[in-house]
Design a protein around this ligand. Structure first.
Ligand code: ATP
Ligand code: ADX
Length: 184
């Protein structure tokens, strides 16, 4: 096993499908004995970033911390999957510049679809004014201009998005093993 290590940075609105697709990629790679870790926004905010809020300053701090850890992992051969809203272009560019093999993946799901899913009921609260500064409602989301991969989750299945990412890893020499079950 001699993976190059890579950081897969999944960005998109809340409910876009970042965690779901991250888990799908993780499962496929783990089943093939590939070293993989997921840094998920919700879990990071429980441990590494407890106490941070959702101001631009706090979100940037959150993203910087995760970028730092992702680089440590990926430079040691781990496929590191980050799933965070990470709404600001500038900070994503900053992390790209300092991170080993940074691959930006835009989980492109229209706001209406995320809102209809409303997995955690937070969009309803944001619309009711109970949560202020909610991304996509009254806080910005700056979509990537040149992402390496785009997953249009309202036009493709979870499995198709996962396969697309694994295929990218294989095509770009990031995997030293063949991962089974990848559609072409
Ligand atoms: N094609 C698809 N790809 C990904 N998720 C999908 C798709 N179709 C439906 N879903 C559903 O959308 C929801 C996405 O929720 P998920 O927690 O993955 O979003 P998230 O982007 O991680 O949000 P948050 O930033 O709030 O953590 C899940 O319930 C998932 O099953
Ligand atoms: N004001 C808010 N804006 C966006 N997401 C929020 C907000 N308040 C709570 N959340 C929840 O916090 C999670 C997003 O956290 P992160 O991905 O860690 O965000 S980020 O902006 O700092 O990258 C999502 O699960 C979302 O549902």
């Amino acid at each position: 096993m001699n993976n190059k290590g890579v950081t897969l940075w999944l960005t998109g609105l809340s409910g876009a499908g970042k965690s779901t697709i991250a888990k799908g990629i993780e499962e496929k790679l783990r089943a093939s004995k590939c070293p993989v870790e997921v840094l998920d926004g919700d879990i990071i905010r429980t441990w590494l970033s407890q106490g941070l809020g959702f101001s631009k300053k706090d979100r940037d701090t959150n993203v910087r911390r995760v970028g730092f850890v992702a680089n440590l992992l990926s430079r040691n051969g781990v496929v590191t999957i980050v799933a965070m809203i990470s709404p600001y272009r500038e900070i994503r560019a900053e992390i790209r510049a300092i991170t080993n093999n940074f691959v930006e993946i835009y989980i492109n799901t229209p706001l209406e679809v995320c809102e209809a899913r409303d997995v955690k009921g937070l969009y309803a609260k944001a619309r009711a004014g109970e949560i202020k500064g909610f991304t996509g409602i009254d806080d910005p989301y700056e979509s990537p201009l040149n992402p390496e991969i785009v997953c249009n989750t309202n036009q493709e299945t979870i499995e198709e998005s996962v396969s697309k990412v694994i295929q990218y890893l294989q095509d770009n020499g990031f995997l030293s093993i063949a991962v089974t079950g990848v559609m072409s």
